[in-house]
Structures are given as structure tokens and as C-alpha cells.
Design a binder for this molecule. Structure first.
Ligand code: NAD
Ligand code: MG
Length: 397
């Protein structure tokens, strides 16, 4: 099992929040607002939403900001009326704000492959990383593990299932773990007939029953690719074998995940579906800070249901297990094809069942490199995206 840090609970943490304008980023800032004495927001970074980033900068007064989309850098400079904030640009800019010497904790909340470089850079500079960006572990799990093993950096999970597993594993020896069970809501199409999946609209797919999240992860939840990515995330985060990781559909999203042990005992972590709870725990660990987040009401809970996922209806989950089994650059190919396909679906250019079809075809065709270094993973990502574009007949560049 990966070893986790025991930071001083009282020292204010200097934060760099990557993906500050997104669903996780804005909820991280809500947690910061609850505990202003615990944090000093040193840096905020986004992709292209410079209007919101500028507003956040006015409130939280960071010394540095970064914008991934270089074309929006001038707009950001113009929106920041105060010249005391340094503006960084592009992937390099993100890496700079993730590695600044004064930063203690980096919140990795960029969506997709774009989040990988700054998270790896932060770990290599011995930062503590509160990681929401699961794609980092999907694409580069072994490199993240190596960075953790070689340096003093730490990783704490923000993803609710992984936060749950982390809490269940607390105080336990990895030898005693029999199985980790990741729960999945099943998304909006759990009970819909697969015969009608062709007709699924973007609005229907974006209408998640339990969680309010960014667009990409919401579509991933609808295809159940999100759970596939989370299986790979758990494999690297907790150093588990693929067969030790089970997925169970749990439509109420109250049990966030569980761990069963070799004596037959099972631990689960429960709560109202609210990402602020795991975000806060990743920032307060090992302390638990009193917070006004919504409580579970046992009297109105009613029932908790569990069922096995239907891999025929949701082939993305099977593709993720396949990619994990094949190893090397296969998960990077899976991830890139999925990002490209989800993007096309959100633009209403392909149908919902095209997403697993394109991911499967990319995995079958793009050459897999074993033991990839970072450059190989960038190449695998680019090839896989190109392959999807070619399958769709779009000009590739
Ligand atoms: P989101 O789309 O709401 O926000 C994404 C953020 O990343 C935005 O701030 C955006 O500006 C930034 N970004 C995008 N491309 C960028 C680039 N090239 N350079 C710099 N910044 C860029 O996404 P989200 O829902 O907040 O998810 C963020 C990550 O957290 C994802 O990896 C997701 O899987 C994971 N996650 C999210 C939730 C959730 O409840 N939203 C739960 C668990 C895990
Ligand atoms: Mg999750």
C-alpha cells in the first residue's frame, strides 16, 4: 500500500489549485472559505475561464495565476486590474504554479490528460497533492508511483470512492485486504433499455441522478467509463492487483466504497453525496475539521441497493479492465480515445454508443508500448486521439 503523509494539522497550508474554475476547484474554494485560517491560496490555475479565475483572484489574492489556454492570457491580464499577480501560461505555466517553492499542497483538479504534467511535476518537487484528476493515475500510474517512491511527495485522494477506500484502509495492513469494492451510481441510463441508447441526447447524458460535476466526468459516469478509470486509479493509488478491485452498482451513492478483509470483516464509508467532504478530508488529513456539510439522515434513507454492473450495456467498463490488464501505454490509449470521443459526443457529432465503440477500436489498433516513459505516454495520447479523428473521417493534424 502507498504510504500516506501525516502533515502538521495546525500549520496554514499554502495552496496551489489547478482547475480552480471547475466543479472540484470551486468546491475546494468553498472549503477554503470555511477555514480561512488554515490556508493561504498561493496560486490558482484554469484552462480558459479567465473571467471566473479573475473573480477568484480578487477574492483569494493569490500571488500567481496560470491559464492553460494561451489565447486567453491577455484577457486574464486585462481582467486582473491589480498588476501584483504574476500570470503564467500553458502547460509550462501550470507546472510552474504547481512547483513553486512556497507551495505546500497542490490540488490537482484539471480535467483530463492536461492535468498530468503539473501533478507529476509537483510530486517530483516533493509536494503534497490532493488528487481529483484521475486521468493522471490512469495514464501514468507507474510514473506517479515512481515519483512517490523516489521523493518526499505525497498523494491524497479526492475522488469520493478512493477517499472512502483510503478511510477504510486507515490503520489496516495491506496483507489483510481481500477485496476493494468501488461503488458506482450506474448513471442516468442504468435502467434504460440499451436498444434506445442510440437516441440518447447530450442533455439526457448530462443529467446525473446524484452528483453535480463537470461535463466530461458526467458523460463518463453515463457510459460507466468513470468507474473504469476509477478501477485503474485504485490499482495505482493503493497498489492493488486488478482482480482485487470489484465494481458494484449502488444507485443511491450513499456507500462511497468498501473494503473487505481476510477475516470476513467489511468496512464501508458512507455519507451524503457531496464532494466537499472528500475534498476537505484530503486537505485536513489526518485531522477532521468540524463542518456544516449535509448529514446523512438514517430515518429517511430507506434502502440501499446493490447490483452487478452490466458490461454488455456499458462496454467502457470492460475496455478499462482490458486496458489495465494489457498495461504499458494501453490505459493512455483508452483515456485519450475516451476524451476525444466524449468531446465529439458533447458537440453532438457522434451518438452515445459511438463512445465505447471508438474507445474499443482505438485500443484494438493503436500500438501499445510496454514500460512507457513520459514521452511514450504523450505519443500514445496523440496517436489515440488521431486514430479517433481518422475513424470519424475528420482531418487530423
Ligand atoms: P470541470 O470541467 O468542472 O473543471 C475542469 C477544470 O480544469 C476547469 O477549471 C478548467 O478550466 C480546467 N482545465 C481544463 N483544461 C485545462 C488545461 N488544458 N489547462 C489548465 N486547466 C484546464 O471538471 P471537474 O468535474 O471539476 O473535474 C476535474 C477532475 O476531477 C477530473 O479529472 C474529474 O474526473 C475529477 N473528479 C471530479 C469530480 C466531481 O464531482 N466533479 C469527482 C471526482 C473526480
Ligand atoms: Mg468518483
Amino acid at each position: 500500500m502507498t504510504s500516506f503523509p501525516t502533515p502538521s494539522p495546525d500549520a496554514p497550508r499554502s495552496l496551489s489549485i489547478l482547475g480552480a474554475t471547475g466543479s472540484i476547484g470551486t468546491q475546494t474554494l468553498e472549503v477554503v472559505r470555511l477555514f480561512p485560517d488554515q490556508f493561504d491560496v498561493h496560486a490558482l490555475a484554469c484552462g480558459g475561464n479567465v473571467e471566473l479565475l479573475a473573480e477568484q483572484a480578487r477574492e483569494f489574492q493569490p500571488e500567481h495565476v496560470a491559464v492553460g489556454d494561451a489565447e486567453r492570457a491577455d484577457d486574464l491580464r486585462a481582467a486582473l486590474d491589480d498588476g501584483s499577480v504574476t500570470v503564467h501560461v500553458g502547460e509550462e505555466g501550470l507546472c510552474r504554479v504547481a512547483t513553486h517553492p512556497t507551495v505546500d499542497v497542490v490540488v490537482g483538479a484539471v480535467v483530463g490528460f492536461a492535468g498530468l504534467a503539473p501533478v507529476l511535476a509537483a510530486l517530483r518537487e516533493d509536494k503534497q497533492v490532493a488528487l481529483a484528476n484521475k486521468e493522471t493515475l490512469v495514464v501514468a500510474g507507474p510514473l506517479v508511483q515512481a515519483a512517490l517512491a523516489e521523493g518526499e511527495g505525497n498523494l491524497l485522494p479526492v475522488d469520493s470512492e478512493h477517499s472512502a477506500i483510503f478511510q477504510c484502509l486507515s490503520g489496516e495492513s495491506s496483507d489483510n485486504v481481500e477485496q476493494v469494492v468501488l461503488t458506482a451510481s450506474g448513471g442516468p441510463f442504468r435502467t434504460r433499455s440499451a436498444d434506445t441508447f442510440d437516441a440518447i441526447t447530450v442533455d439526457e447524458a448530462l443529467d446525473h441522478p446524484n452528483w453535480s460535476m463537470g461535463a466530461k466526468i458526467t458523460i463518463d459516469s453515463a457510459t460507466m467509463m468513470n468507474k473504469g478509470l476509477e478501477v485503474i486509479e485504485a490499482r495505482w493509488l493503493f497498489d492493488l492487483a486488478p482482480e482485487e478491485i470489484e465494481v458494484l452498482v449502488h444507485p443511491q451513492s450513499i456507500v462511497h466504497s468498501m473494503v473487505s478483509f481476510r477475516d470476513g470483516a467489511v468496512k464501508a464509508q458512507l455519507g451524503v453525496p457531496d464532494m466537499k467532504v472528500p475534498i476537505q478530508y484530503a486537505l485536513s488529513y489526518p485531522a477532521r475539521w468540524p463542518a456544516p456539510h449535509e448529514r446523512l439522515d438514517w430515518t429517511t434513507l430507506g434502502r440501499l441497493d446493490f447490483e452487478t454492473p452490466d458490461l454488455n450495456k456499458f462496454p467502457c467498463l470492460r475496455h478499462a479492465y482490458d486496458a489495465l490488464e494489457r498495461g504499458g501505454s494501453a490505459p493512455a490509449v483508452l483515456n485519450a480515445a475516451n476524451e476525444a470521443a466524449v468531446d465529439q459526443f458533447l458537440r453532438e457529432r457522434i451518438s452515445f454508443p459511438d463512445i465505447p465503440r471508438l474507445v474499443g477500436e482505438a485500443l484494438a489498433s493503436v500500438p501499445i508500448v510496454s514500460d512507457p516513459v513520459l514521452d511514450d505516454l504523450y505519443a500514445a495520447d496523440a496517436r489515440s486521439r488521431k486514430h479517433v479523428q481518422e475513424l470519424l473521417g475528420a482531418p487530423s493534424n
